[in-house]
Write a protein that binds this ligand. Sequence first.
Ligand code: NAD
Length: 285
Amino acid sequence: MAARVIDGKAVAAAVKERVKVDAAAFAEEFGRAPALATVLVGEDPASQVYIGGKRKASGEVGIRSVHHELDAATRQEDLEGLVGDLNADEEVDGILVQLPLPDHLDSDAVVATIDPAKDVDGLTPVNAGLLAHGTPGLVSCTPAGVMELLAHEGVEVEGAHAVVVGRSKLVGVPVARLLLMGNATVTMCHSRTRDLDAVCAQADILVAAVGVPRLLGKDAVKPGAVVIDVGINRTEDGLVGDVDFDAAAEVASAITPVPGGVGPMTIAMLLHNTLAAGRARMASR
Ligand code: NAD
């Protein structure tokens, strides 16, 4: 294997250490810990694991966790009512509604009710719009984590050709926007892209955010490319990414593993965003 394996756990630990120091300073200055509210609707096992991880990580860095668990049959107006209460709560700095929501609920409408100043997932139309405008507010955690990994690894973004596979609101679009802000030349691929491997093989930086196990193999990776695999796919072999790790690692210069690459960064950036949101709110009072 030629590629350097990018250790997301270690980079995430460094971010969390920084947040811990900031959270202690926040508590000292404002007489209370910064607080992150999490809302879980229903009993989806994967969501329960994700929320559990976020709450545990909050505790580790001195962020107070305010957790609400609602029945799977919760009505839209009741969920939006809870978000309204959290918006109004002066001691809540960040709000995260765990997605996906049960099918009968309109997630976009729920997300749109979150106060953009507390939108630590960066998903409200206001924060997505600010990012599109080039003046980011709170940025989605996974895309922010991808950029943090590239920065930590000393990857030169400026002038690089970055290819992003996937165009979701959650990952693909914001990560492409951040790479463009970093002065990369950005190509976006998606399910209708023709000759995907050939386009990917032009990338100096390849970001995969698709949700198809091992979609991208050796032919999709330019020799020396940096490969960031956002995908998390449950298979019979356990968790795998959107990139065939073994094949890609033979040609890439650096690559993130799954698990242990981008995943830990998402939680670390959530904690970072909670602190940033808390500080910005306290400064604007
Ligand atoms: P999504 O389903 O919303 O979007 C997938 C995108 O991939 C779409 O834009 C689609 O056009 C594109 N796509 C689908 N099939 C394709 C194909 N065959 N060729 C090219 N493009 C194709 O998914 P998402 O929310 O963006 O998540 C993507 C992956 O990242 C998933 O595996 C998800 O679990 C993972 N994820 C990981 C983290 C993390 O913390 N590491 C966070 C969010 C999402």
